[in-house]
Design a protein around this ligand. Sequence first.
Ligand code: SF4
Ligand code: SF4
Length: 170
Amino acid sequence: MLFAGENSLTGIPIKQGMDDFDLDDISDQRLTEMFSLAGCQDCGACARACPSARHGGIDPHELVQGMLGGGSEENVWDCLLCYICDDVCPADIGIALLITHLRYRSALEGDAPGRFKRGAASFLKEGRGFPKGPRTARSREDLGLPEMGNGDRAMRELGKIVSRTRFSHE
Ligand code: SF4
Ligand code: SF4
């Protein structure tokens, strides 16, 4: 796996990045092999560290064990993609990237929640995941921040990301 940066909270390197995003075959069988799920030590460290699991969202331990048992994954849209599970996983499973693949599959099947679809539409149109509105403008003014704008360069870079990740595929 490639070095792709570091966790902004912990500073620990994130080992998977966009170059590891492989969407040619996203069946359970392929993902199980690709992420070496059989290497899971069933320790539960990921679930104990996961902020989403703590609040009734996704449980990464159950997700991995469920996939190994042939079960279906649930709650993938509740993941915060914080990568904390990856920081604590002794088997180096790459749970956050696994969840990203599962989300992609869920979106292809039309199961992405409305709030994510709205965020994606806004992201493609304006380069941000939320609409530019008067409330945001007021908050920025209160904070002494300049008016929000779209840089041409930023939008060009966004175009490359969208193309490479097939973000706008569907
Ligand atoms: S990346 Fe998702 S599954 Fe992993 S700890 Fe964060 S919220 Fe939990
Ligand atoms: S931390 Fe890693 S090894 Fe432990 S249960 Fe979670 S996925 Fe399996």
